[in-house]
Design a protein around this ligand. Structure first.
Ligand SMILES: Cc1cc2nc3c(=O)[nH]c(=O)nc-3n(C[C@H](O)[C@H](O)[C@H](O)COP(=O)(O)OP(=O)(O)OC[C@H]3O[C@@H](n4cnc5c(N)ncnc54)[C@H](O)[C@@H]3O)c2cc1C
Length: 558
């Protein structure tokens, strides 16, 4: 049924299989509302899950953008199309995780690569993404991303000071699975031109913010949105018409005449949500501290369906670095991820077994931590996990961020033998000895028949010594530290369609509500991570779609 062609008189509909009647959307929402009323009556003083229309709006605008990371692309798009847009940001600074990211966006078939004479196509990109997602992605979203991505990149370049270039950070290692069908080694990862080394997230955000403001958009920081404001239309459908935020300690109601764009990031700092939605323990994050799942909860309260809730942008971290960071709500570091690829290192579990290609991309690798043991004591076979080194990386590289002349942090153990290291870390010494003996034989030949480390050209990315990632662990002293599954952010949230409209569990668009980025259940899309920039690329593309749609929505009065 088309979104705008609903018959509210149909209280129940037969399921497609002709089985038990399914609840209609209206009854579902009504039921949810009465359940809510009961809950409220039973727990006086609890806030309602959405706000009623206020007697007076504190601010009126066409579009409310919630969150100022990649969502700024949506704000820019709607503003350029003539809509009045107000962006509300919870924190005192704009940018979220995007603002401290590498600033790389993975956009297949873009015009930036074309300028370098790198050939790509819609079909090729879809082949790669479809293969990558292993049937865990909605084809509509894959196509929407591949179609909107290049358009978005051109649009952003035309309407902000961003000038794209093929990513210098990723170089010839753009796609994380370069040997797979449809992959390309170079060109799909793009970044803003910035004349310095390092991560370019700050510039990406600064250029977007300036473009947004130049197009007439306004940013209000320290204004967390707490609830969506919904009202029931004459046809019985509930629509989103604004938000209740908090500003200077008081409620702050903003009317959104055309709609609300949720771009409030993921739920990486809500450990209760993570415990219940993710496939296994993921106790640490590198995401920005404001990302506590507010946007996902608000979408749920408006009746949104969810997607991709078991997915994260996965990574490995040192537990010793991550634990103190959690207390201060700061992101952990990339040290473990970078160092476990170095020659003379392996990752093992408490049995001393290897269980991953340590040099593969971070998002494929984190999945290996959650292998479930289905016999004996049961549990996660590969947690806890340990990153071990021999003397070579200590001499030539870094361990837990410490260079050859720096003292090692306390959480790194040092030992004269592998047996002693195993004892210090609580690893089975016999198992470790067996593993290292086998690993060393093959590593000396630059082979890894067990986990194929070094076979993909991506595995050799960033390795100083001619791209070699394999070397025997045969030089004492040995070093080791516990590592853990972590995330750059979660990527499940409100289910959207190819126009970034938020959908309810019956597949109907919730009028006035759009979502993108880690707030939406899009992913890369689905259970995949295309390459460098694989989170920001789709997030910007869907923000663009949201902004474009919002500018076209009819204007509603308060
Ligand atoms: C070190 C690091 C480097 C990375 N590099 C890359 C990279 O180069 N390429 C890539 O693709 N990915 C990268 N990532 C991942 C990427 O940064 C995130 O996946 C992406 O930025 C998420 O974008 P977003 O817009 O969904 O969320 P965010 O950028 O986090 O924006 C969400 C915003 O919403 C705000 N917000 C939250 N709740 C509310 C509320 N209630 N009201 C108002 N505002 C609210 C937040 O404060 C935040 O500003 C990196 C991550 C890290 C940690």
């Amino acid at each position: 049924m088309p979104d705008d062609d609903r018959d509210p008189s149909h209280e129940t509909e037969r399921s497609a299989a002709g089985g038990a009647p399914e609840l209609s959307r209206r009854r579902f929402l009504g039921g949810a509302a009465s359940g809510l009323a009961l809950g409220t009556a039973g727990a006086l003083g609890c806030a309602p899950s959405s706000s009623p229309e206020p007697a007076r709006w504190d601010l009126e605008t066409d579009v409310v953008l919630v969150g100022t990371g990649t969502g700024l692309v949506g704000g820019l798009t709607a503003a350029v199309a003539g809509a009045e847009v107000v962006a509300l940001e919870k924190r005192s600074i704009v940018g979220g995780s995007t603002g401290h990211s590498g600033g790389v966006a993975w956009i297949p078939n873009n015009n930036v690569m074309r300028a370098e004479n790198i050939e790509d196509s819609r079909e090729r990109a879809l082949t790669y993404l479809t293969h990558l997602a292993q049937s865990q992605a909605d084809p509509e979203l894959l196509e929407a991303f591949v179609d909107a991505g290049p358009e978005m990149a051109d649009f952003v370049q035309a309407h902000s000071s961003i000038e794209w270039r093929v990513s210098t950070i990723m170089g010839d290692n753009a796609d994380y699975h370069p040997e797979w069908p449809g992959a390309l080694q170079r060109g799909r990862s793009i970044e803003p031109v910035v004349e310095r080394e390092g991560l370019f997230g700050p510039e990406l955000i600064e250029y977007l913010r300036r473009g947004f403001e130049a197009a007439g958009g306004r940013v209000l920081t320290e204004t967390p949105v707490e609830r969506l404001v919904l009202r029931e239309r004459e046809d019985g459908v509930r629509e989103v018409i604004g938000v209740e935020a908090r500003r200077d300690g008081a409620p702050f109601f903003v009317l959104a005449r055309r709609g609300v764009h949720l771009a409030a990031g993921g739920f990486e700092w809500d450990f209760d949500m993570k415990r219940h939605f993710l496939r296994g323990p993921t106790p640490y994050t590198l995401g920005a501290g404001g990302n506590t799942g507010d946007g996902v909860r608000m979408a749920m309260a408006a009746g949104a369906d969810l997607r991709n809730m078991n997915e994260i942008w996965g990574i490995s971290v040192y537990k010793g670095e991550a634990e103190p960071a959690v207390e201060h709500r700061m992101g952990a570091t990339l040290n473990a991820e970078l160092e476990k690829r170095s020659a003379g290192s392996i990752v093992v579990n408490t049995r001393g077994e290897r269980f991953q290609d340590e040099a593969a991309d971070y998002d494929s690798t984190w999945r290996s931590y959650h292998t479930w043991e289905n016999w004996g004591e049961m549990g996660y076979r590969n947690l806890p996990a340990f990153l071990l080194f021999d003397a070579k990386p200590r001499r030539n590289g870094r361990i837990a961020g410490a260079g050859p002349d720096d003292p090692l942090p306390d959480f790194v153990s040092e030992a004269a033998s592998l047996g002693e290291l195993a004892e210090k870390l609580g690893i089975d010494a016999q198992g470790l000895t067996r593993t290292v003996a086998r690993f060393n034989v093959y590593a000396a030949e630059l082979r890894d028949p067990d986990f194929h480390r070094g076979e993909s050209s991506y595995d050799r990315y960033g390795q100083a010594d001619k791209g070699i990632t394999l070397a025997p662990l045969d030089e004492p002293p040995f070093f080791g530290a516990e590592i853990s599954a972590a995330d750059l952010g979660t990527c499940g949230g409100a289910r959207v369609n190819g126009r970034a409209q938020v959908l309810d569990p019956f597949g109907q668009a919730i009028p006035g509500l759009f979502a993108s980025g880690n707030n939406a259940g899009v992913g890369s899309p689905g259970s995949s991570y295309g390459g460098g920039g694989g989170t920001i690329g789709p997030a910007m593309a869907f923000a663009y779609l949201a902004g474009r749609e919002l500018a076209k929505q009819p204007s509603r009065s308060g």
